[in-house]
Ligand binder design. Sequence first.
Ligand code: 4AD
Ligand code: MG
Length: 431
Amino acid sequence: MSKPPTIDRIAEYQGKRVVIRGWLYNKRHSGKIWFLLIRDGTGIIQGTVSKKDVDEETFEICSRVTMESSLQIEGVVRRDERAPGGYEIQIERIEIVQIAREYPIAKKEHGVGFLMAHRHLWLRSKKQVAIARIRAEVVRSIRDFFDRNGFLLVDAPILTPTSVEGTTTLFPVEYFDRKVYLTQSGQLYNEAAAAAFGRVYCFGPTFRAEKSKTRRHLTEFWMVEPEVAFIDLDGLIELAEELIVSIVTRVLEERRRELEILERDLTHLEKVKRPLPRISYDEAVKLVQQQNPDFKWSDDFGGRDMTIISEQFDLPFTIHHFPVSTKAFYMKVDRKRAELSESFDCYAPEGYGEIIGGGMREDDYDRLLKRIEEEGLPKGVYDWYLDLRRYGSFPHGGFGLGLERTVAWICGIHHLRETIAFPRLIDHVSP
Ligand code: 4AD
Ligand code: MG
């Protein structure tokens, strides 16, 4: 397929006449020259219109055309050190597609409420475009990582009768004459797929009715979940670390310009290499107790506790072997210390919090059944899951990496709402 000229590849057209279709990003004039900033989705380029070179109508269009009007320009590409991006187009013709009405997002600062209500337009801004491109790169790097390492992509269903991560965050859906839920995680299906294919991953949207408003929680978020047969906890943590390093390396290679637009401090990302720090839950508790004496062994780490721990590290780090009581029903119990689970979480540095949760799965039929009963889960819908422990049970484990949390950290974005085109939050479903 031959590609029409686009702004990202404008250098290839130096000295040539091109047609660019897009939108007016901004404009200014100085005497007899108009400077139009045009964006086409691949970038922004400056177009100059000199009164002496164009007919009267073309020059007049420049004063009339409004921000975000759609248009087509034709002109010659010139190298110009002073132009943003190093190239500009000497415009000869302008065709207006539509003159935009007064654009609601001005250059001035807007409140977040206003921007969220105009998310469909906010997406066009430079910073949002940069984030979206980095997100797409992260997705690509994740797929490449698993495809390259012998994992088979097996998609998990969205509609499911089973809870995975607790029953308090389920979104119920009417399914003909019964009730099902939007999936919280593809893990249980992944486990079945791992028994069929060895190494698998699923990658899709997951849903949690998170009732609190925090900068780290969406109600709809994307998760990539690998699941591996015949692995151990060490092997899993190694896989998680390799994945994190591989994502960061790729974004640094391919999306440096976008990181610069976001004014990301690259020194934090450039040092992300293995070995990455690992500590046990026991060790983490000791760290926390030095500053928060009220913290008890078996507590979950709160926001303040996580800050205490993460201050120790300037790299992504892992905490492993959490108490059984803090983890979900499927987590394998450590056979040497029954109060511990073979679990781990990975955290991003700089206060971004947990990006990965995972561990080994309980592969003993009786123990798993007991846990399902203890949690008061409806046994019937887990019967197929128990089959995996009836027919060739096997040591296996996996994890889930939250896409939006990973993108927020890599981009240095404070709130998850900017890491997905159309975020879903407790108080936000439109646009
Ligand atoms: O730690 P979680 O709950 O683990 C699981 O769902 C496992 N079943 C995954 C597995 O082992 N296959 O979630 C995994 C990750 C978190 O570390 C976090 O990055 C992200 O998913 N996450 C969220 N991201 C945005 N908004 C939310 N409400 C999230 N909840 C979890
Ligand atoms: Mg978790």
